[in-house]
Design a protein around this ligand. Structure first.
Ligand code: ZN
Length: 120
């Protein structure tokens, strides 16, 4: 991860404690990526919601697809990377569940109609 000197803005090595350019101590250097990533948190929450949402394909598709989008954006963050990965895995798993659920639903309906036509 990249650090930058707060005084002069020069790029620093991770293990550097003093800026070689201006001599200022850099223990409070700016870490541009080191902040809470909303995408990771939203993706994580959508991943959790998809655990229940797959039961109804109408909800399962948008929730899990949005979960995948937000989580993969959130993978760039450092602090919330774990959440982003969890959200991504949950969203993908339950998108598959949603697919199977809607296919099972279609199969049931087509069997219902087959019976209907055979009967008459
Ligand atoms: Zn400096």
């Amino acid at each position: 991860m990249e650090k930058f000197c707060r005084n002069c803005g020069k790029k620093l090595n991770e293990e550097q404690n003093v800026c070689l350019n201006c001599g200022v101590a850099v223990n409070n250097a700016i870490k541009p990526n080191d902040k809470t990533d909303k995408n990771a948190v939203v993706g994580f929450i959508l991943g959790l919601v998809s655990i229940a949402a797959w039961l109804i394909p109408l909800f399962g598709y948008p929730v899990s697809i949005c979960g995948i989008i937000f989580s993969s954006k959130g993978l760039k963050s450092t602090i919330n990377k774990g959440k982003a990965i969890t959200g991504l895995v949950l969203s993908i798993v339950f998108l598959v569940f949603t697919l199977f659920n809607s296919m099972a639903g279609l199969l049931m309906w087509s069997e219902f109609f087959n019976d209907y036509y055979f009967y008459y």
